[in-house]
Design a binder for this molecule. Structure first.
Ligand code: SF4
Length: 320
């Protein structure tokens, strides 16, 4: 396999207003993240709301310019791409948004929404390609003249997927694409994504707070907490033997079919802290049942702790 995307120490810090004469306050939404995704791979990114997953996805696409670090696409440094270069990059990298209703222009019909990127990039035969895309995502041809309010949430998310695929991208970031849908249609959309991934050979970064969906679609999983990756590894290993206490807590929060099944540990304690005033040292220490004195002063680096497993935790022994 070849590397398609790599981010190196990627950061996204937003200044926020604070007291007039006080220190400047900053939201560390994404903080020195390292990630690499092979061509054809599906990497899941999980974490609670407020962990920085969506901001990381948007920063990779450079919908916001990064505050620091590098983005490499096919070994080319594309950090800071602008204008025509960024437009060309967006042919190759696309995003499926969480809420299909807020991601589309409701005054345009389905055909216009799907064909918009084709027209922006001057693609010929936009009408034929639009019909092809609608068929690909399972939308009836008659929907071409319907408006967003005339279709269901699941159908509108199919429109979002068709639009994201219009320019035949290599890399898709799917940001909780089923979170705003009825539970009854979630499985259909997930199955569609799995089918499209296989048929089109897509590389996927799938963002979700739901590990069960991520494990259905992805080969590897990265866990994010307060702007940092705290564990990354093959899905099966991470599910069977989570190493970071936060991963263990996330896994234990998943409802089990058998309520008597023993949980590894209780769900994360309390609320995720603010990304403006992150706890010192390991940011997870106020919620961590294994916290030690060192955890309050020293942030643990992401290190190889077992075959293919990178973990940021003082309590997990390094690979020999
Ligand atoms: Fe818990 Fe310390 Fe590991 Fe952080 S470094 S997860 S506080 S044991």
């Amino acid at each position: 396999m070849t590397l398609l995307l790599q981010v190196v120490r990627l950061s996204q810090h937003f200044p926020v207003s604070g007291p007039l004469f006080g220190p400047k306050r900053v939201v560390h939404a994404v903080d020195e993240v390292d990630l690499a995704i092979e061509r054809g791979e599906a990497l899941g990114l999980i974490g609670e709301s407020g962990s920085g997953k969506t901001t990381l996805g948007r920063t990779i696409l450079q919908l916001y310019p990064p505050s620091g670090g590098r983005i490499m696409f096919e070994d080319v440094d594309v950090t800071g791409a602008r204008g025509a270069t960024l437009r060309q990059l967006h042919r190759r990298m696309q995003m499926i948004f969480q809420n299909p209703y807020s991601a589309v222009n409701r005054r345009k019909n389905i055909g216009e929404i799907i064909s918009e990127p084709l027209r922006v990039h001057g693609v010929r035969n936009a009408a034929a390609r639009t019909r092809e895309l609608m068929e690909l995502v399972g939308l009836p041809a008659a929907f071409v003249s319907r408006y967003p309010h005339e279709v269901s949430g699941g159908q509108l998310q199919r429109v979002g997927i068709a639009r994201a695929l219009a320019l035949e991208p290599d890399f898709i970031i799917a940001d909780e694409p089923t979170a705003s849908l009825d539970i009854s249609v979630r499985a259909q959309v997930i199955n569609l994504l799995a089918h499209l991934r296989e048929r089109l050979g897509l590389t996927l970064l799938f963002i979700s707070h739901d590990l069960s969906i991520v494990s259905y679609l992805c080969e590897r999983v990265a866990v994010m907490y307060l702007g940092k990756i705290v564990e990354i590894g093959p899905k099966a290993d991470l599910e069977q033997q989570p190493l970071h206490p936060y991963t263990r807590a996330l896994l234990s929060a998943i409802p089990r079919p058998n309520p008597r099944e023993r949980r590894l540990q209780s769900a994360p304690l309390g609320e995720i802290p603010s990304a403006v005033e992150r706890p010192s040292g390991c940011h997870y220490h106020p919620r961590c049942p294994l916290a030690m004195a060192v955890c309050k002063v020293d942030y643990p680096q992401l290190e190889l702790k077992a075959m293919g497993r990178w973990v940021a935790c003082h309590a997990v022994e390094s690979a020999k």
